[in-house]
Ligand binder design. Structure first.
Ligand code: DC
Length: 223
């Protein structure tokens, strides 16, 4: 199976690139952030404080990995939690912050490891996240690490949240993003840093150029 890893901070355009590449190559796109967000939703629904590591770990220990299902409907990823499609509930600012907090807990990462690896064993995949190239798929066919300027990332994310009806400003989104990035980058387990063999992709400019560049690199590798 072929696997393409795309890591990088939030708003860098990982998911959009992964979608475009999956479309062009006929691969499946797995957005791993959505899996962490689904666990975050579960933690919040259970009324557990995400900063109370002991309680989060206790909750995860009781959870069955089979309670989380990933489906692809017409190329779009749906997240199913306990039989309910929760895709529409996991993109709020609150869930973003909770997902970042709980994803620093090693037990949460271990809980989700095999689910992600198993997906890559069964599909030609473009997987986007934070630790795909470093931890989940160390032998990925191609590894990218995406970046973009803070302004470009905040504007993108702000537009996304506004579209979902959240009343946000670019400044507030930028501040929340900076905090989340710091959490993700400096955590002890699986920090969001490039793998040694990752190819850096700057997505501050034209998106079409980024897609073309990535596609060329992949095609060169798999031909
Ligand atoms: O990509 P995203 O913004 O939807 O991810 C939400 C949070 O989940 C992010 O702050 C960090 C965490 N995450 C992670 O730790 N590892 C991944 N592979 C994907 C996401």
């Amino acid at each position: 199976m072929i696997s393409i890893a795309i890591d990088g901070p939030s708003g860098s355009g990982k998911s959009t690139l992964a979608n475009a590449l999956a479309d062009k190559l006929g691969f499946v796109h797995l957005d791993t952030g959505a899996i962490y967000r689904t666990v975050a939703l579960y933690v919040m629904e259970k009324g557990v404080d995400p900063h109370d590591t002991g309680s989060v770990v206790a909750l995860i220990e009781e959870m069955d990995i089979g309670d989380i299902k990933i489906e692809h409907v017409g190329g779009a990823q749906r997240m199913i939690l306990d039989g309910e499609d929760v895709t529409g509930y996991i993109r709020t600012s609150e869930i973003s912050s909770c997902a970042s907090t709980i994803s620093a807990i090693p037990a949460v990462r271990t809980f989700l490891l095999e689910l992600q690896r198993d997906f890559a064993r069964r599909n030609n995949v473009i997987m986007d996240g934070r630790d795909i190239g470093t931890v989940i798929l160390p032998n990925a066919t191609v590894k990218f690490f995406m970046t973009a300027s803070d302004d470009a990332r905040a504007e993108r994310r702000c537009a996304e949240l506004k579209e979902k009806g959240e009343d946000v400003t670019v400044e507030a989104v930028k501040a929340a993003m900076a905090e989340r990035d710091k959490n993700d980058r400096t955590r002890k387990t699986a920090p969001a840093i490039p793998a040694d063999d990752a190819i850096m992709l700057d997505n501050s400019g034209l998106f079409e150029d980024t897609v073309e560049k990535a596609l060329k690199i992949i095609e060169e590798k798999i031909k």
